[in-house]
Design a binder for this molecule. Structure first.
Ligand SMILES: Nc1nc2c(ncn2[C@@H]2O[C@H](COP(=O)(O)OP(=O)(O)OP(=O)(O)O)[C@@H](O)[C@H]2O)c(=O)[nH]1
Ligand SMILES: [Mg+2]
Length: 380
């Protein structure tokens, strides 16, 4: 993968912006949010307004409307290895042979955008060139290098990636590699298992077993939905688009700070962070710093000692409560030595622990909090 592409530089800039924001809050220059009973009451009524009653279709509609409002249609990139059927899938969705399809790997050379009406809005479908193995690209003809670079560039301007894999070949190491790249970029992800028509002797267990196998192979993409399709027969191709648009909405979802902190309190009450060197880090509060991808800043007494597995535990609690299906989420941990929440002072914990800082080391993953429009205003 290219080390310092434009996309990479943009991602780093966004990361720096979110870091600066988190530091402002940590330094007390922005008001931290303190959960009170009054807030809890207000939140309850807010929650009712966007409660579960909304069905999937309505959410999709909302997403399309939001896209319209922002003036930017949802961009969905079809990515994957050469010859898996990306162009075929695009054609099946459009109902016409817009993109060139052939059995020769490397048919699509450049990323091609097609606008498609969706409800009262539009989505942009981006067909991309097959992404080859790194070694092959490095030693291959320059045309191949450029088509891979263009595919990655297309991903950087997309909201959601549909990773197309070949049902017969299964999830290869290269597929996992590309999925990892999607996560690093903070994009939404759908796994489309194409050429399902070629899988012989299917029973009603076949797809479940297939999913189980993929989940075992690549547990880091467990947030991404998987759908079996056939671009050739058109089976379930529409589902792919529906899923991608749902994920577009999930990626832009905001949760209220009150609600977020109730989940945090419940999570830490149930399982407190494990002690490190005899000292248990404390998590004071959290706030959502950005959308696309959803990014959360957690303020802790010793951010660097919040263990990876505990970060994962918190991520799971957030997903359990708020969904965020199909999108990576970022959890960033920051030290906060003076916090306005009422708490008992633990003389052993404070100065030494927070001096360790670990601000950079504290981010759970390479964080990239997304578009400028996704930048959170001061927590409400
Ligand atoms: N049986 C079957 N064949 C398919 C399906 N989808 C695509 N194919 C075939 O797979 C071959 C490759 O399809 P493309 O759509 O060109 O694949 P691509 O991923 O765009 O390939 P590149 O542009 O080279 O990266 C073609 O021969 C298609 O007819 C499918 O669902 N079932
Ligand atoms: Mg193609």
């Amino acid at each position: 993968m290219p080390p310092e592409s434009e996309a990479e530089l943009a991602r780093k800039a966004r990361e720096a912006e979110a870091d600066a924001w988190a530091d402002e809050v940590a330094a007390g220059r922005l008001e931290p949010y303190v959960v009170t009973d009054a807030d809890a009451a207000t939140d309850e009524s807010e929650d009712d307004a966007d409660a579960d009653g909304t069905d999937a279709e309505a959410r999709r509609w909302d997403a399309a409307m939001a896209a319209d409002a922002e003036g930017e249609p949802a961009a969905i990139a079809f990515i994957g290895r050469p010859n898996v059927g990306k162009s075929s899938l695009l054609n099946a969705l459009l109902g016409e042979d817009r993109a060139i399809v052939s059995e020769i790997p490397g048919t699509t050379r450049d990323a091609i955008d097609t606008r498609l009406a969706w409800g009262r809005s539009e989505v942009v479908l981006i067909d991309t060139a097959g992404i080859r193995r790194r070694g092959k690209v490095a030693s291959g003809p320059s045309a191949e290098r450029y088509s891979t670079l263009r595919a990655l560039h297309a991903l950087s301007r997309a909201d959601v990636a549909v990773l197309v894999i070949d049902a017969v070949e299964g999830l290869t190491a290269q597929d996992s590699h590309v999925a990892g790249y999607v996560i690093e970029e903070g994009k939404g992800l759908v796994i489309a298992v194409n050429k399902w028509d070629l899988v012989a002797d299917k029973t009603d267990r076949t797809f479940d077993q297939y999913i189980e196998w993929i989940r075992n192979e690549a547990p880091f993409i467990d947030f991404a939905p998987i759908v079996s399709i056939s671009a050739k027969t058109g089976q379930r191709v529409g589902r792919v688009l529906e899923m991608a648009i749902d994920i577009w909405g999930e990626r832009r979802k905001r949760v209220s700070t009150g609600e977020l902190n109730r989940v945090l309190t419940a999570a830490t009450d149930r399982t407190p962070p494990p002690p490190v060197r005899g000292h248990r880090p404390r998590l004071f509060y959290a706030t959502q710093a950005a959308v696309a991808p959803p990014t959360f800043v957690f303020f802790a007494s010793d951010a660097s000692s919040v263990h990876f597995s505990y970060r994962r535990y918190l991520e799971n609690r957030l997903r359990e409560t708020f969904g965020f299906d199909g999108t990576p989420i970022r959890l960033v941990f920051r030290d906060r030595s003076s916090v306005k929440l009422p708490r008992r002072r633990n003389s052993r914990s404070a100065p030494v622990a927070s001096a360790k800082g670990g601000r950079r080391a504290a981010s759970a993953r390479p964080s990239g909090p997304g578009s400028a429009s996704g930048r959170a205003r001061k927590p409400h």
